[in-house]
Write a protein that binds this ligand. Structure first.
Ligand code: ADP
Length: 482
C-alpha cells in the first residue's frame, strides 16, 4: 500500500540532520502482516552513535537552561502536531507493527498524551527548603536534569514507549538519544520529524537505528550518558543493567511481566470476561501487562470458560488495515513459534484446547486466539510470558491459594482481579506483589498513573507526577553565614 504521508523517514535523526550510516549499511523493515518490505533504516556504527551522544551533550546545556515554561511550550506544540497527524502516524504504526488500525489510533492518542502531560509537569518540578538545625544556616534542595538520557524501546508500542520516556526527559531539561526496536523504527522517526517541526532544538532529541547490541552497548557504556531508560525483555534488561554498572548510570527498567488475572466466585462474570478480553488480547497479547495466567475459582470455572469462549470466538483475525479486524498478526515468526511451543507444552501436560490452537489459514504470523483449560501448574505458560493470544485457565479453591499462585513468580508488573466483596478487594489489592493492580478493571494504562513493576519486572515508574523524578537529580545546597 502507498503511504499518503511524508512521515515515512528512512534516515536517522542526529543533531537536527537526517543521516545515513557512513558505510551505507541498512536494515530492512517488514510488514508483519504480509511479510513485505516497507523500507530500510541505517545500521549505525558505535562511532556514529557516539556522535549522537556528543550532539545531545552539547545541545543539552542550552535546553536545560531554558525556563520550564519555554520547554513546556515546545512540548505542547509537539503534542498538537502528533494529534494533527494522528491518522498518518496510526497508519505507519499498523504498517510496521500490525495492530488493528483502531488500536493504532488509540496508541497515538495515548502516546501523545504523555507529551501533553509532561509539558504540564515540566512547570511543577519544585525544590524544597528544609528548616536547618544550625543557626545562621539555610538548607535547600534544587532539582536539576540528569543530563544526557539514552532510551531503548520495544516494538509492541512503537509510539507510546518513546513518548513516555522522551516527554519526561525533555520536560525535565534532559536531552535524549533513542534507539527504537529494529522491527518498528518508522514510528520513532516520524515522531522526530514532528518534534523538529514543533521547535525541539537540534541535538536535543536524536534517533539512532542499527544492530541492537552494537547501538545498545554504546548507549549503555558511554560515560556521557547519565541515564538509561529501557523497555523490553528481562533478559536484555539484565544485560544492560550489568553494563550500566560500570559508569553507575541511573536506570529505568520496564521489563517482562507474568500478570495474574483472578476471577473470584463473587465476581461479575460478564465484566471479568470483558476484562480478560481487554487485558489478554489487546495488541494480540503482545503487551507486558497482558494477563498471562487466568485463575478462576471452582464454582464459576465452567460458566466463565463458556462465556470467554464466546467472546474469543467473536474476535476477527486479520490484517490491521481491514475493516473490523480486532486481532492482528504477531510481530514475527519467533513470536509465533513461542506461542505454539507454549500451547504444545500445556497440552502435553494435560491441558485441553477449548478453542483455537490450530494453524490459521492466513499462515504467516497469524494465529487463532486460543483458550486452554485444566492447565497444569508446571506448564511453561505459568512461568514464562507467552506474549500471544492464548488464555490459560487455572482452577483455584480459595483466596489464599489464588494470592499464593499469583505471587509465585519472579515478575511483578501488572495484576488483575474481579470481586464484589469490599473486604476481599482490599485484602487482595494489598497482598498482590505487583506494581499495578486492576481491580474490576482490565485496562490500566494512563498517562496520569504510575506505570512500573516490582521484583524482576523493573525499576522506576513512567507517567504520572512520579514519572519526571526519574530524569531529575536532587542537589542539596547548604548556605552558611546567613
Ligand atoms: P522484545 O521482546 O520486546 O523485542 P527485547 O528486549 O529483545 O524485547 O527488545 C527491546 C529493545 O531492546 C529493542 O529496541 C531491541 O532492539 C533492544 N535490544 C535487544 N537486544 C539488545 C542488546 N543486547 N543490547 C541492547 N539493546 C538490545
Amino acid at each position: 500500500m502507498s503511504l499518503a504521508t511524508s512521515l515515512l523517514r528512512q534516515q536517522c535523526y542526529i543533531d537536527g540532520a537526517w543521516v545515513e550510516a557512513a558505510d551505507g549499511r541498512t536494515l530492512a523493515v517488514h510488514n508483519p502482516s504480509t511479510g513485505e518490505a516497507i523500507g530500510r533504516v541505517p545500521s549505525l556504527s558505535a562511532e556514529e552513535v557516539r556522535g549522537a551522544i556528543r550532539a545531545a551533550e552539547v545541545a543539552g546545556a542550552g535546553w536545560a537552561a531554558l525556563t520550564a515554561k519555554a520547554r513546556a511550550t515546545v512540548l505542547r506544540r509537539w503534542h498538537e502536531l502528533c494529534m494533527q497527524h494522528q491518522e498518518a502516524l496510526a497508519r505507519l504504526l499498523t504498517l510496521e507493527q500490525g495492530k488493528p488500525l483502531a488500536e493504532a489510533r488509540g496508541e497515538i492518542a495515548y502516546g501523545s498524551a504523555f507529551i501533553e502531560w509532561f509539558a504540564e509537569e515540566a512547570k511543577r518540578v519544585y525544590g524544597d527548603i528544609i528548616p536547618s538545625t544550625t543557626a545562621g544556616q539555610r538548607i535547600m534542595v534544587l532539582k536539576q536534569p540528569v543530563g544526557v538520557v539514552a532510551a531503548i524501546t520495544p516494538w509492541n508500542f512503537p509510539n507510546a514507549m518513546i513518548t513516555r520516556k522522551a516527554g519526561a526527559a525533555l520536560a525535565a531539561g534532559c536531552s535524549i538519544v533513542i534507539k527504537p526496536a529494529s522491527a518498528t523504527p518508522f514510528s520513532a522517526l516520524a515522531l522526530a520529524e514532528l518534534a523538529e517541526s514543533a521547535g525541539v532544538p537540534k541535538g536535543v532529541l536524536n534517533i539512532v537505528t542499527g544492530q541492537a547490541s552494537e547501538v545498545g552497548n554504546e548507549l549503555a557504556d558511554n560515560p556521557v550518558v547519565r541515564k538509561l531508560s529501557f523497555t523490553g525483555s528481562t533478559e536484555v534488561g539484565k544485560q544492560l543493567l550489568r553494563r550500566c554498572a560500570d559508569t553507575v548510570k541511573k536506570v529505568s527498567m520496564e521489563l517482562g511481566g507474568n500478570a495474574p488475572f483472578i476471577v473470584f466466585d463473587d465476581a461479575d462474570l460478564d465484566a471479568a470476561v470483558a476484562g480478560v478480553m481487554a487485558s489478554k488480547f489487546r495488541n494480540t497479547g503482545q503487551t507486558c501487562v497482558c494477563a498471562n495466567r487466568v485463575f478462576v475459582q471452582d464454582a464459576v470455572y465452567e460458566r466463565f470458560a463458556d462465556k470467554l469462549k464466546i467472546a474469543v470466538e467473536a474476535l476477527a483475525v486479520g490484517d490491521g488495515f481491514e475493516e473490523g479486524t480486532t486481532l492482528g498478526p504477531l510481530i514475527d515468526e519467533r513470536a509465533v513459534a513461542k506461542v505454539n511451543e507454549h500451547i504444545e507444552d500445556a497440552v502435553a501436560g494435560g491441558a485441553r484446547l477449548l478453542t483455537g490452537g490450530e494453524p490459521h489459514p492466513r499462515g504467516g504470523n497469524f494465529l487463532w486466539p486460543a483458550i486452554l483449560t485444566d492447565v497444569s501448574r508446571a506448564a511453561l505458560l505459568m512461568s514464562e510470558e507467552t506474549f500471544g493470544p492464548v488464555a490459560p485457565l487455572i482452577r483455584f479453591h480459595d483466596e489464599e491459594e489464588a494470592v499464593r499462585l499469583a505471587n509465585d513468580t519472579p515478575f511483578g508488573l501488572a495484576s488483575y482481579f474481579y470481586t464484589r466483596d469490599l473486604a476481599r478487594a482490599w485484602r487482595v489489592s494489598e497482598a498482590l506483589e505487583f506494581g499495578i493492580v486492576g481491580l474490576n478493571e482490565g485496562i490500566i494504562s494512563s498517562e496520569v498513573a504510575p506505570f512500573g513493576g516490582v521484583k524482576e519486572s523493573g525499576i522506576g515508574r513512567e507517567g504520572s507526577k512520579y514519572g519526571i523524578d526519574d530524569y531529575i537529580e536532587i542537589k542539596y545546597l547548604c548556605v552558611g553565614g546567613v
